[in-house]
Design a protein around this ligand. Structure first.
Ligand SMILES: N[C@H](CCC[C@H](N)C(=O)O)C(=O)O
Length: 281
């Protein structure tokens, strides 16, 4: 039994997308731990499991490379919408992730998703000289404003921020942010579940824009976020007076390839990472 998939990236945040209609296999955490590994699997920042309900509605589940579910992934939603556009020809869809509904719109490879309301940031908390804000996006996102994000040691500072109270018990994604003038931000993200830096993060871009807006660092409601990938994300913060209740994220989402994972008799390879571990290479 082989497992059909597509590989889709949202500005460099890459996902293996499987459609439950194609599979008799259902152990998604085990599949995530195998398939997300580079060299031994497909290689990706996560697994997206898509289920078609009815009339343009889809359930979208996002799993991390360690097999844990992620509470929310905006880039995973954007990649799912791109795959839906390809497979079902729908430009608009309603995506349901962890019980929350998100409208999605595709125009070619440009995909927008309604994030909805983003709660008020908490903090700042002082961590190793950095002012860190906490934003329940509803992912757990931390935002640290830094003077030069490109010289930031993300691999060291990301875990350091996560060790600190009051974030220590939470599965936090840590975003380092430098305002670029006007309504532009540059962001780098240490992502929970990947346990390393990713090229881009949707909830990271949104939380960075919300914190920068609350700090009065932005000139307008449309925020351009550059990251480690070639493409930028665009955050629309909505009406500035409504407290960030109607936030959208847009940017490229690209189908890279599709194929079949070879899984004879439905048995995953022995080198699939054990439950609870993050793949290392
Ligand atoms: N990259 C994602 C966030 C994933 C977060 C996930 N790894 C977790 O918190 O478990 C995004 O575009 O919103």
């Amino acid at each position: 039994m082989d497992i059909r998939f597509s590989k889709v990236h949202g500005t460099g945040n890459d996902y293996i997308v499987v459609n439950t209609a194609d599979q008799s296999f259902h152990d998604w955490p085990a599949l995530a731990r195998w398939a997300c590994q580079p060299h031994l699997g497909v290689g990706a920042d996560g697994l997206v499991v898509l289920t078609h309900h009815q009339q343009g509605r889809f359930a979208v589940d996002s799993l991390n490379p360690d097999g844990t579910p992620s509470e929310m992934s905006v880039n995973a939603l954007r990649c799912a919408a791109r795959e839906i556009r390809h497979r079902y020809g729908q430009r608009s869809a309603t995506l349901v992730m962890n019980g929350r509904e998100h409208a999605a719109e595709c125009a070619g490879d440009e995909v927008s998703v309604r994030v909805g309301a983003v709660p008020r940031p908490q903090g700042p908390y002082e961590v190793d000289g950095l002012a860190v804000y906490y934003v329940p996006t509803p992912n757990e996102d931390a935002v640290a404003m830094v003077s030069d994000v490109d010289s930031c040691d993300v691999a060291v500072l990301g875990p350091a921020v996560r060790r600190h109270a009051p974030l220590a018990h939470l599965p936090v994604n840590v975003n380092f942010v430098t305002p670029q003038g006007g309504s532009e931000l540059r962001v780098r993200t240490f992502e929970h579940g990947v346990e390393g830096e990713t090229l881009s993060s949707g909830s990271g871009a949104v939380s960075a824009a919300v914190v920068a807006s609350r700090l009065g660092l932005l000139a307008g409601r449309r925020v351009l976020v550059s990251n480690r990938s070639a493409g930028s994300l665009s955050v629309d913060l909505g009406d500035p007076t409504d407290g960030h209740r109607d936030v959208w994220l847009a940017g490229e989402a690209v189908r890279v390839f599709s194929g079949e994972l070879c899984c004879p008799n439905g048995v995953l390879p022995a080198y699939a990472t054990a439950a609870g571990q993050v793949p290392r290479w």
